[in-house]
Design a protein around this ligand. Structure first.
Ligand code: UDP
Length: 449
């Protein structure tokens, strides 16, 4: 087996399943001790320029005889575009490659904001490709695949506008010195988005190798859509779920049957607009959409996708948690399916906007993440809504967002107050996102039915 051939490397962290190696359960040393990591060179605040990244990987470790290769995955989300540059090490020709590190960088806004000017959208991709050029040694460029997968932002656009953006990205890729596979630019479906994030998190946390068959569920909250994915323990969860919510795929000689669904329109930004009654409304030029979830004197123009909405608080009305909860319910009730199993005691990893809002509201530390219970979101939502002025400078939508998250978890998915959420942005310095799972998929390590 692979395990027998593997040589321990103090620099290696994460073993990547390879189609060239027998698909066996591998070993347990896929956790990199933090001190052996490459220096952190990106991530954090989203910026509009290109960071100084040259030399980021230099001096990190001797390459010896190992072959190093890279994979580039673009996440074209509704609220931003991100590049993930994964560096893999092939220790021996037949063994499994090891994920050495990730370079991450993000720009705002997302591609869908360029629906009427695709060339400008293409520019953001060109900018991010400069990061790839600075990170990846030149001789590797022609062997490095570049792939872009778009999520809710492009799913929500009129198809011809989405196509124009994807065509533009393909042109930018074709002009680049990187390897462009035939299926390199696409809109990913929601099922794969859920599966691939589940693969990433369970891979990084070592659950895919454990003989216990224990895995963790994931909760991903984007701007346009939200995903829930877990491995059901009980047959009843599978039997009672809508058939399209059960997805099968093969990985490492095992078949997994997951409960997964992506709710389009239930991402945090889309939910704001739906709460305000603005999504799909006409008269956007003159209508002002109001909510008791917003500070009374707040007024702003919000852009989502290719539309701009005028929104405000209710100047002479009431604001607060109770009224707000009632308003956000319209986005959740009758829309979100409650899986049979979430009433149990499983652990869920929650990331993306779950993480960001938990940081903004002071629930967790922004660098370390943390463990909270569903009831902590509820308690903090009440505090934020009842002290809107205090939090207004941080995020005027914080009351609405925290209340929506609470409602989504409790009323939507049906979680108990005591359900534990592990709020995580990175595991071993790698972003918790579908992008790593999608890269494995491109390396032919998964077979999604
Ligand atoms: O590697 C990643 C990918 C995404 N995100 C965050 O996850 C959220 C995802 O939102 P997105 O715009 O992609 O939503 P979608 O279009 O999928 O609904 C945003 O806060 C991102 O900053 C992140 O922190 N790391």
């Amino acid at each position: 087996t692979y395990y027998g051939r593997h040589m321990y490397s103090p620099h290696a962290n994460t073993h990547v399943p390879s189609h060239r190696a027998p698909r066996r359960h591998t070993n347990m040393d896929n956790q990199l001790p933090p001190e052996t990591h490459a220096p952190e060179v990106s991530g954090g605040p989203e910026i509009s320029g290109v960071p100084e990244v040259s030399g980021a990987l230099e001096g990190h470790r001797p390459i010896n005889a190992s072959r190093v290769f890279y994979g580039v995955m673009f996440d074209a989300g509704s609220t931003g575009t991100r590049i993930h540059i994964y560096k893999f090490i092939q220790k021996d020709p037949v063994g499994l490659p090891v994920l050495d590190n990730e370079m991450y960088h993000a720009v705002k806004p997302g591609l869908s904001a360029y629906a009427d000017k695709p060339e400008e959208g293409g520019e953001t991709i060109r900018l991010l490709l400069r990061v790839a050029k600075k990170t990846i040694p030149k001789p590797e460029w022609p062997h490095t695949p570049v792939v872009l997968k778009a999520t809710a932002g492009l799913r929500l656009l009129p198809p011809e506008k989405a196509k124009a953006l994807l065509d533009e990205v393909k042109e930018v890729f074709d002009e680049s010195p990187f390897f462009v596979p035939s299926d390199s630019v696409s809109i990913m479906n929601g099922t794969n988005e859920g599966i691939l994030a589940w693969v990433t998190v369970n891979f990084l946390t070592g659950h895919l190798y454990a003989k216990t068959k224990k895995t963790v569920g994931i909760l991903d909250l984007g701007g346009g859509s939200t995903q829930i994915t877990f491995l059901p323990k009980s047959k009843k969860t599978v039997m009672t779920a809508p058939p399209s919510y059960i997805a099968r795929f093969d990985m490492f000689n095992d078949t997994y049957e997951l409960y997964t669904h992506s709710y389009l329109g239930n991402g945090i930004v889309a939910a704001r607009l739906a709460t305000l009654g603005a999504l799909g409304a006409d008269g956007l030029d003159w209508k002002v959409f109001t909510s008791s979830c917003l500070p009374k004197k707040f007024r702003e123009d919000c852009t989502f996708g290719d539309l701009t909405y005028k929104v405000s608080g209710i100047p002479d009305g009431y604001a607060g948690y109770k009224l707000c909860y009632h308003e956000v319910m319209r986005v959740v009730k009758g829309i979100i399916h409650q899986p049979f199993e979430v009433k149990g005691n499983s652990v869920f990893f929650a990331f993306s906007y779950y993480y960001d809002r938990a940081v903004e509201s002071g629930l967790i530390d922004g660098t370390r993440g943390g463990v909270v219970e569903v009831r902590d979101f509820k308690k903090r939502a009440k505090e934020v809504c009842n002290k809107m002025t205090k939090y207004r400078a941080i995020n005027p939508f914080l009351c609405m967002d925290m209340t929506y998250i609470t409602c989504l978890l409790k009323e939507g998915f049906g979680f108990k107050d005591s359900t534990v959420l592990q709020l995580t942005k990175k595991v071993n310095n790698v972003e918790t996102s579908w992008a790593l799972g999608a890269t494995f998929d491109h390396l032919h390590n998964l077979n999604i039915h």
